[in-house]
Design a protein around this ligand. Structure first.
Ligand SMILES: [Zn+2]
Length: 305
C-alpha cells in the first residue's frame, strides 16, 4: 500500500477518537521505517500508531474501545484489535490449564477458532448462544486465524441470534480418527473431557459417558477436521452409547469401542453437510455413501455375547 494511504488510515482512525494527528509527521515516520529501514508495512503502522498514542497521550482504553466491528471473513491478519458478533457453534476440550475455553464461533460469513484465556477471568460462554466479543485480538496459529479473548476483552451475551454461514456439502473419506475418540468421560459440571477420571478444571469429580469421534475427512482437495457426536455415530455405525458401554464392559476395555469405531468408519466415504471454517468442518448431517451396515454391529454384538 502507498505510504500516503497508510498515513491517512492512521490519521482518520485517531480523528474518529477526536485527535488531530499531524499527517506530515506520520508520513515522515512511515517513510523512514518502510523505505529506509525496510520494516514490513504492518510493523511500521503499529510502530507509528504507538508513537501517536504516546505523543498525543491518548489513553489506552480509548484506543481499545475503538476496535472496529468486523465480520469473520474480514479477519485475515494477526495482531489486530477487533470486535465481532458471533454465535458459539462448538466448544472443544481445552487441555491447557491456561485456557478457559476453546472452540469455534460463527457469523453469516464464516467460522473461526476462539480461545478464552483463563487469566481473562471471563464467564463461560455456551454453545448455541450469540455474543458480542469486544476488543479481541486476532492471531495466527499454525497458519490459521483465530481470536484471543483476554483481560481487556469483553463478552456480552446478545438477544439477536447471529446467523450461521452457508452450509456446504463435502464428499470424502475418513482417513484418520484421533486417539481421544470413542467412549469418553465428561465432567458432570463443565462437560469437559476427563483424563483418567480427572477434569482439567474440577479435578476428581463424577463424570458421565459420552461417545464422539474426532477425525479427518479427505475430499481429494482438502483435509477437514470433523467431530461426530453420538447421534452421528449411531446413524453411521448403529453403535449408540448403550451399545458402546456393552462393548466396553464385555471386553473389559473402553478402548475396544474406539477399535470397533475405527473398523467401521475408517477408509469409508461420507457425505457431510456442514459449515466450513479454515480446516474445520462443523458437521450438521453425515451420511455414509453406500448406506449403513448396521447388521455388522449386530453381528459383532452377537459374537461378543
Ligand atoms: Zn469440570
Amino acid at each position: 500500500m502507498e505510504i500516503e494511504s497508510l498515513a491517512d488510515q492512521i490519521v482518520s482512525q485517531f480523528g474518529r477518537l477526536g485527535y488531530d494527528v499531524d499527517r506530515d509527521e506520520v508520513i515522515k515516520r512511515l517513510k523512514l521505517l518502510v523505505l529506509e529501514f525496510k520494516v514490513p508495512e504492518r510493523e511500521a503502522v503499529r510502530t507509528v500508531r504507538n508513537w501517536v498514542i504516546r505523543e498525543y497521550e491518548i489513553p489506552r482504553e480509548k484506543v481499545i474501545s475503538e476496535s472496529p466491528l468486523v465480520k469473520i471473513e474480514e479477519i485475515k491478519k494477526p495482531g489486530e484489535w477487533v470486535s465481532l458478533k458471533a454465535k458459539v457453534v462448538q466448544l472443544w476440550d481445552s487441555s491447557s490449564p491456561s485456557v478457559s475455553q476453546v472452540g469455534l464461533v460463527g457469523d453469516e460469513t464464516g467460522i473461526i477458532k476462539f480461545v478464552i484465556w483463563a487469566k481473562s477471568g471471563k464467564e463461560e460462554v455456551e454453545e448455541g448462544k450469540s455474543y458480542l466479543f469486544k476488543n479481541v485480538v486476532t492471531d495466527s496459529f499454525q497458519g490459521r486465524m483465530q481470536i484471543n479473548i483476554g483481560r481487556t476483552s469483553e463478552i456480552v451475551e446478545i438477544d439477536e441470534e447471529v446467523q450461521s454461514p452457508r452450509e456446504i456439502e463435502i464428499v470424502g473419506a475418513l482417513v484418520s480418527i484421533q486417539q481421544n475418540s470413542g467412549l469418553i468421560h465428561r465432567c458432570g459440571s463443565c462437560h469437559r473431557v476427563m483424563t483418567k477420571g480427572i477434569c482439567p478444571i474440577h479435578g476428581k469429580v463424577r463424570g458421565y459417558d459420552d461417545l464422539r469421534v474426532k477425525g479427518v475427512l479427505d475430499d481429494g482437495d482438502n483435509f477437514y477436521e470433523i467431530i461426530l457426536n453420538e447421534d452421528n455415530i449411531r446413524d453411521l455405525t448403529g453403535i449408540d452409547l448403550n451399545k458402546a458401554k456393552r462393548i466396553a464392559s464385555e471386553r473389559l476395555d473402553r478402548n475396544a469401542v474406539l477399535s470397533e469405531l475405527k473398523k467401521l468408519l475408517l477408509g469409508r466415504y461420507y457425505k457431510v453437510v456442514g459449515v466450513r471454517g479454515g480446516r474445520y468442518l462443523l458437521v450438521r448431517k453425515v451420511d455414509r455413501i453406500g448406506g449403513v451396515e448396521g447388521s455388522e454391529v449386530d453381528r459383532l454384538l452377537e459374537v461378543l455375547a
